[in-house]
Design a protein around this ligand. Sequence first.
Ligand code: GLC
Length: 633
Amino acid sequence: MVKKYVYGKPYNTGAVIEEVAPGKDKLCFEVEKIDGCLNFSCGLLPDEPVYGLGQTMRGINKRGARYISYNTDDPDHREDMPSLYGSHNFVVVGDRFGAFFDTPSKVVFDIDVDGSAKLNVLCHTADVNLYIVESGSAYGTVKEFLKIIGKSYIPPLWAFGFGQSRWGYKDEGDINAVVIGYKKAEIPLDYVCLDIDYMDGYKDFSVDKTRFPDFKRYVEKLKSAGVRLVPIIDAGVKVEAGDTVYEEGVKNGFFCTGGNGKPFGVAVWPGMTHLPDFFQPGAREWFGRKYKFLTDCGIEGVWNDMNEPAVFYSELSDPENGLHGEGSNAYEDYFRFYHNIDGAKVLHHSVHNLYGALMTRASGEGLDKLLNTRYLLFSRSTYIGSHRYGGMWTGDINSSFEHLKQEFMQLPNLNACGFLYCGGDTGGFNGDCTRELLLRWLAVSAFTPLMRNHSACGTAAQECFAFGDTADFKNIIDFRYKILPYLYSEFVKAALCGDMFIKPLAFGFPGDKRAADINDQLLVGEGIMIAPVMEEGKASRSVYLPEDMTMVRYNGEFICKSVEAGQIQVNIGLGEVVFFILKDKAVIVCGGAENTSKLDLTNVTLLGGREYEQYLDDGFTKNISRDNIRTVR
Ligand code: GLC
């Protein structure tokens, strides 16, 4: 059951799309108004876990720390960092209730900090919609919540294939080398991402003609070889007289303005840019239509970046004063520009957390209109609600085992906040990745909907063919394509039913005290438990089995073995994939292929149980329904 409590006059963020009845009972929080802020506090039971908060650092259970919803572009993801790129203000307090603080303003969550045994939520505004969700179990609470925020975005099948990316691929030659590298190694590949280097002077909706003389022809050529190109689009539009995007934006008043009413200048990759005012429906529609430039060239997917929005410095700040944190340029500048919301001039800071989400909405709605098929879209900055228009990636993580674990722990909480299509930069973005780290990371990403290898310019080459012998890489990515019928089917079924695709072990085995504390094992779909090696130099790990399961080892073929409930030690060699099929569940696999267009999803083999409900379509149709589910025996 969900109830809504309204404080002040909250801005409609669009996160909740179902009608929710007003709450009449006494609220589970004490509410206090302090200096224009609202403070909500309640006690926590001893050992009661707190889930949710989507993209945040630390473990799956968020208890014991402070988290701040204030979208931040800071690549230094230390364990104690309170803010990341997105804001997902939904917390699940054990089996008792869930609470969604729906406001685009800053929100501070103190969850049993200093042993206070309290959940304290300070909203930096007096205008909040609060949704209280109750169901009797933590997992049930999440499912109730997913119902009111609406169905997850569902990408095309090819978006579940493997993608290669790098900031630094500058021209056709660089992209060709990637495609050939994968082809030679016989490693499947579905798409290559284009980072900012493909643009002309980092201008949105432009292509550098010296690097891609005939972009449309090139896109089509690669597509006929089974590889799609996925270009990046950043939030800031370069200030350049004569550029149509810039000129149209100024003429129509579609950019955020400064105190003087003129478009406000913020510096990002192109130098000075203006930020589209995605709070204006007209500006969203306009920006969405601009993707025609790309779709006319055959593009079917894009990624949206720098949309927190990232601000290096502005027309009013000092270019030398660092990028991040309170007192930095970005933070100060968020108090210097405005949105036009239904004719009212609204300070950016007060609606900050919604900016990236509204860019995703503009892009998703635009692409949907422009294409006859489903589109691929993932964004860096998000807010609950944008999960209906696109997916997300977890930003600039390091090439380190620590960040691999961190990304792993974020997955279930992102799912609990609606973001089913997600994943991190496989191999890590900042720093040099080792062969061992990339292989271990791939064995995790093999189960995440977005499986993309991406790295920063200046770092060591990170493509799967850059480390000598490619057999181990091929094995893991072959595995991904063979298990794809299961992943695709489970993903779409979860989206259709308002369920999570990746869950904490605790949700699958409520009441199991050992399962409750596990951070390094997850459930993927209804039938799989994963327990990957995420430590350097380890060839085996301890795995907890809450029930009897089938252990599956993939090394060119699938070898199944029954294992009994309890704690076991499992050897997992580099390049191997091991996973577990839950008791009475089944998994389907197919024969694999060099890309998704060649996969035969109709010809599948059962592993584990005897029956599987498979969601099956052509991978492109917008007509997604439960009618496409068939029983495989
Ligand atoms: C940001 C993105 C990263 C991208 C880079 C250059 O740091 O998070 O993925 O490669 O910008 O566009």
